[in-house]
Design a protein around this ligand. Structure first.
Ligand code: FES
Length: 161
């Protein structure tokens, strides 16, 4: 039963992408991850079959991007881009600040979150870029990391933020 539901959800995603448009491979993987939270082995096989390429190639491409995960990530995820442009614009200070928040707690918001350091998110001119559970923030200053994290994590679950 659950497998039928999974197949139906996967087919709903795949039918948005034409099999002969391989440039849609990454957007397709993003759609799967956004919907499922990660890209499973079964999803990679289905994506590969849809585009006519081996699942191992789908996996190889996906591993190139830190955005993709291959196992369920529980809880909240804070991503900070450390691509070249964001790095040059001070992403390292954002990362340090986020690591500090993980260690000391996030005030009224929740302090338990997964911190992921990502490569380019495609918004280089507006860096440094971070996102909390998929919501992006641009031109982030180190002193804003705590308030963004606290507000985002607090609000999303109806906390006081
Ligand atoms: S390097 Fe961060 S968005 Fe491009």
């Amino acid at each position: 039963m659950a497998n039928n539901e999974n197949s139906r959800r996967m087919n709903d995603i795949l039918k948005q992408f034409r099999p002969d448009h391989r440039e849609d491979l990454i957007p397709c993987m993003q759609a799967v991850q956004d919907r499922e939270g990660y890209i499973s082995d079964d999803s990679m096989a289905a994506i590969g079959a849809h585009f006519g390429i081996p699942a191992i190639k789908v996996y190889g491409l996906a591993t190139f991007y830190d955005y993709f995960t291959f196992a369920p990530v529980s809880g909240d995820v804070v991503r900070i881009c450390n691509g070249t442009s964001c790095h040059m614009m001070g992403a390292g200070k954002l990362i340090s600040e986020a690591e500090k928040i993980k260690q000391t707690g996030a005030g009224k918001g929740r302090s338990r979150f997964t911190l992921k350091i990502c490569e380019c998110q495609g918004a280089c001119s507006a860096g440094p870029v971070m996102d909390v559970n998929g919501k992006s923030y641009i031109r982030v200053k180190p002193e804003e990391v705590r308030s963004i994290t606290e507000k985002s994590l607090g609000r999303e679950k109806g906390g006081e933020g």
